[in-house]
Design a protein around this ligand. Structure first.
Ligand code: PLP
Length: 455
């Protein structure tokens, strides 16, 4: 970082940012007019901006800083690894200690026979790997026609052409001719918005059965895999009805297709276990991982693959890989992150203490006049904003209420995200009970202020 730039006043930083920096998922001219928020430092669950304002970061950055900010052990490990071996690749029959150690640890932590790791630099790359991996796997089994991947509407699996095609965001598909061929989408288990007159349980079963119908329509001999997040994150923290996953499991058990659990958000303690698949009792053939793997301290992701799939691919040269697959610094930092999450009992504390406490407090927000439902699983929660609770009605102008509450959150020193008119949280896993109380108090103030703004 340039020392002079770091000490510029906020307005000058914003002007430089507007002149040269293109932001993701942003209309840059609109942002330039108001100026980007400049985050300067962070510690624990707290962010500080360039004007000295402090915010409780209830989003853990972008769902990733599971360990919280400011863990210097990770910086020390990164520096030591940079001195010893800053980079080497894992192509050409070569490996190195950090990649070996991280793969071994992940195999130990992952459920079932998920014992093999293909590394990437993030979740999008890992899901691109998965598309090619499942198709190559079936070809290697003498079934090259098994190519189609079934995903869900409103799912988020990344931003590259492959992973965004897996995702079910139509506003992304519209830019760049997606989805790519061979990817189809079924409906999501979003009872609040789409359940109509059905009970949540009936609706969960109905949505799960769409998977069976889609497989039968395409033909099992043409379907390679089904991909899903255990709990949809970026789609608005959609916690499915309890009936959904058992029915999906039953359908998958009867059919010979692979199941990819995208654990990019749900993994590494977020749902109160190491993986969302454990919380929801799923048995994936492949898990996509990223984010909490390094708590965001380094860009790293990957696919954890079962014995069956790895064995089925083992005599095929898989013509795929990234310069930064198994990057030594990222791997070393991820390993240290996993050590701390484990040795400090952070995942366990989420499961047995802080997540149940957050759930209890989060549920009280459903009493707010603006909130229709408050859903939560572990450390991921959502609030549906509505003008009419009983009717589960959406606002006439979608996104206006969410934006009003999101801005009110910032004004009250809280970072929550709005997905349309759903407010979502995913705080660092180290959040304390006192900080949870503060989160709820600030969220309540933001809901009050947002409601005042709307009326
Ligand atoms: N999968 C899920 C479930 C995600 O939430 C994300 C990112 O938010 C991704 C994949 C993509 O990961 P990345 O942004 O690291 O490419």
């Amino acid at each position: 970082m340039n020392k002079i730039t770091n000490h510029l006043p906020t307005a000058e930083l914003q002007a430089l940012d507007a002149a040269h920096h293109m932001h993701p998922f942003t209309a840059n001219a609109e942002l330039a007019a108001k100026g980007a928020r400049v985050i300067k430092s962070a510690s624990g669950v707290w962010l500080t901006d360039s004007d000295g304002n402090r915010y409780l970061d209830a989003m853990a950055g972008l769902w990733c800083v599971n360990l919280g900010y400011g863990r210097h052990e990770l910086a020390e490990v990164a520096a030591a690894q940079m001195r010893e071996l800053p980079y080497y690749n894992t192509f050409f029959q070569t490996t190195h200690v950090p990649a070996i150690a991280l793969a071994e640890r992940l195999a130990e932590l992952a459920p079932g026979d998920l014992n093999h790791v293909f590394f990437a630099a993030g979740g999008s790359e890992a899901n691109d790997t998965n598309i090619r991996l499942v198709r190559t796997y079936w070809a290697a089994q003498g079934k090259p026609e098994k190519q189609v991947i079934i995903s869900r509407k409103n799912a988020y699996h990344g931003s590259s052409m492959g992973s965004a095609s897996l995702g079910g965001m139509t506003y992304m598909h519209e830019q760049g001719a997606m989805p790519i061929p061979g990817i189809v989408h079924i409906d999501q288990p979003h009872w609040w918005a789409e359940g109509g007159d059905m009970s949540p349980e009936e609706f969960g079963i109905a949505r799960a059965r769409q998977l069976a119908e889609k497989i039968d329509e395409i033909g099992e001999d043409k379907v390679a895999a089904f991909i899903a997040e255990p709990i949809q994150g970026a789609g608005g923290v959609i916690v499915p009805p309890d009936s959904y996953w058992p029915e999906v499991k039953r359908i998958l058990a009867e059919r010979d297709i692979l199941f990819i659990a995208d654990e990019v958000i749900c993994g590494f303690g977020r749902t109160g276990n190491w993986f969302g698949s454990q919380t929801l009792d799923l048995q994936p053939d492949i898990m996509t991982i990223a984010k909490g793997l390094s708590s965001g301290y380094q860009p790293i992701g990957g696919s954890i693959v079962s014995d069956r799939v790895a064995e089925g691919l083992s005599r095929t040269e898989f013509n795929h890989g990234y310069t930064y697959s198994g990057h030594p610094v990222a791997s070393a930092v991820a390993l240290e992150n996993l050590r701390i999450l484990d040795e400090e009992g952070i995942v366990e504390r989420v499961g047995t203490d802080t997540a149940p406490y957050l759930a209890e407090r989060w549920a009280t927000l459903a009493e707010h006049p603006l909130v229709g439902e408050a859903r939560i699983c572990g450390m991921m929660g959502s609030l549906a904003l509505t003008p009419d609770k009983a009717a589960r009605a959406p606002f006439a102008k979608v996104g206006e209420a969410g934006m009003a509450v999101r801005e009110a959150c910032f004004a009250n020193g809280l970072v929550m995200r709005a997905v349309g008119d759903r407010m979502i949280i995913s705080p660092p896993l180290i959040i304390s009970r006192d900080e949870i109380d503060l989160l709820i108090a600030r969220a309540t103030m933001a809901l009050d202020d947002g409601q005042a703004e709307l009326s």
